[in-house]
Design a protein around this ligand. Structure first.
Ligand code: ADP
Ligand code: GLC
Length: 480
């Protein structure tokens, strides 16, 4: 049995702020259990819902040195859907209403978490062959492992993988302060290691010290080797290009299934969506106090409201998007200017715009099931799971051709009768608007073509079937 330990800062069903949680919560379920014993370790945040905390059982605790301080580390465990989870407990670090707060605190929180993961391993009766790290919050794991833990026979030979879900977030802070927090010697704080542009950079440390680096789509793996998408680390990405690859995220097809989804009003599938899907639309229109009209073109948006997701393009032409023959349903939180933008347009066009400025998983399911089109004009997109959810629910994605969006949404081709969505190349508001208008034209004037787009979209397989095999190959190669 090959043993893999996933380390991450979020994971469904316990705690989620974005796609990272979806990936960490589903990939372990789909790896071959005859060959791999995969377990997951995450922080035990106070804000994890009570019903999940009740599943956790205390295992043990100890005190750990973090620089000059001694910190309590509790370990709890739980098994959900056949996957074994460990939780790192420390009420000082993991209090708070959300997993992340200000960066100043997070820097210390995740230094603690990363060292606690390594320190806990000898007490788990589970010595991983590979620690699979995710994003900057776990970037110090390969660094700590390289540092003092190597002196201990027990840790020697453990391999690490660093998966980049979003290169934009790197976990940067003042070098001196990070030295003080982590207790790592000055040796690590040079530009070929943790330092980037004068600061300490957790993700950079992880990338420099991991045995292998992956990211979540093939396009993004190429993009981050170029300055435009490289977020200042493109040089390092090029330097590591021999041990860097992109593996597309999969979607949990059991959780996201219009045929069995308990949150939607009317279940449907690839055969009966023509008749049944629209019942979700009218139900949602009622629920959101919009104009009830099964014919109107409904655009859905479920997203963090940030620049990454292309909201400045939407901002630029929102008046035109909210045309009389269109409804816009938005679910998301983020930058105040975008939250207010949608609130304003809901106030202006109550019958056709609905701004849901909060986080709500159930409602997200209902939007994926109800909308005709799903808009995701991202500036950059490492993979994107929302467009995969839309496809699964027969909702046609309208995306910008970048990263994982480019790799998953083949554009509609009127002449070849192919494609599963609509896309545009340049980060330009009018290009986006034209694409939305073109999609709307197909929807209103060529409904049979539109339905065939849905047929093809619902037929593609973006479950973990393919991608989990790629991770298995990578694990084998590393352990080979
Ligand atoms: P990212 O991780 O960059 O935010 P992804 O497309 O990979 O983007 O994943 C976003 C995930 O978060 C999807 O599962 C999406 O449905 C969910 N999500 C985003 N905002 C909300 C919200 N306000 N309410 C419920 N789910 C949301
Ligand atoms: C990040 C990316 C998103 C990706 C997700 C899961 O949040 O922004 O594109 O799908 O991680 O890998």
């Amino acid at each position: 049995m090959k043993k893999i330990l996933f380390a991450a800062s979020e994971c469904t069903p316990f705690i989620k702020t974005g796609g990272l949680a979806d990936v960490v919560g589903s990939l372990p379920k789909y790896l071959n259990r005859d060959e791999f014993d995969v377990r997951v370790i995450i922080p035990k945040y106070m804000c994890i819902p009570e019903k999940y905390k009740q599943l956790m059982v205390y295992k043990t605790h100890f005190y750990m040195d973090l620089a000059w301080r001694q910190q309590y580390v509790g370990i709890l465990e739980a098994t959900v859907d056949g996957v074994h989870f460990y939780f790192i407990d420390n009420e000082y670090y993991f209090a708070g209403m959300a997993p992340y707060g200000n960066i100043y605190e997070d820097i210390e929180k995740f230094a603690f978490y990363s060292k606690a993961v390594l320190s806990a391993i000898p007490l788990l009766d589970f010595r991983p062959d590979i620690i699979h790290c995710n994003d900057w919050q776990t970037g110090l794991i390969p660094v700590f492992l390289h540092d003092r833990f190597q002196e201990n026979e027990f840790f020697r030979g453990i391999k690490t993988i660093m998966t980049i879900h979003n290169l934009k977030f790197q976990g940067c802070w003042d070098k001196k302060r990070v030295m003080d927090i982590t207790g790592l010697p000055e040796y690590y704080f040079s530009p070929d290691k943790l330092e980037a542009y004068g600061d300490a950079n957790y993700l950079k440390g992880g990338i420099a010290y991991a045995d292998y680096v992956t990211t979540v789509s093939e396009s993004y793996a190429k993009e981050i080797q170029m300055p435009y998408y490289g977020e200042g680390l493109d040089g390092l990405m090029r330097a590591r290009s021999n041990s860097l690859c992109g593996i597309l995220n999969g979607l949990d097809y059991e959780e996201w299934n219009p045929e069995t989804d308990p949150y939607i009003i009317k279940n449907y599938n690839a055969i009966n969506f023509r008749k049944e899907k629209v019942k979700n639309k009218t139900a949602l229109q009622k629920e959101l106090a919009m104009n009830v009209d099964e014919k109107v073109f409904m655009i859905g948006v479920v997203s963090r409201l940030t620049d990454q997701k292309g909201f400045d393009l939407i901002d630029y032409v929102i008046e035109e998007i909210c045309a009389e023959d269109t409804q816009l349903v938005v679910l998301g939180t983020g930058e105040a200017k975008y939250e207010n933008l949608f609130r304003h347009f809901e106030w202006k066009y109550k019958d056709r715009v609905s701004a849901n400025i909060y986080y709500n998983n159930e409602r997200s399911h209902r939007i994926y099931a109800s909308a005709d089109a799903f808009l995701m004009p991202s500036l950059f997109e490492p993979c994107g799971l929302s467009q995969l959810m839309a496809l699964r629910y027969g909702t046609v994605p309208i995306v910008r051709e970048t990263g994982g969006l480019r790799d998953t949404v083949t554009p509609y081709d009127e002449y070849m009768s192919g494609g599963i969505g609509f896309s545009f190349a340049n980060y330009n508001a009018h290009e986006m608007l034209n694409t939305i208008r073109y999609a709307k034209h197909i929807y209103y004037d060529k409904r049979r073509e539109w339905n065939k787009i849905i047929d093809r979209g619902m037929a593609v397989d973006y479950s973990w079937n393919v991608s989990a095999r790629k991770y298995e190959d990578l694990y084998r190669r590393l352990l080979g």
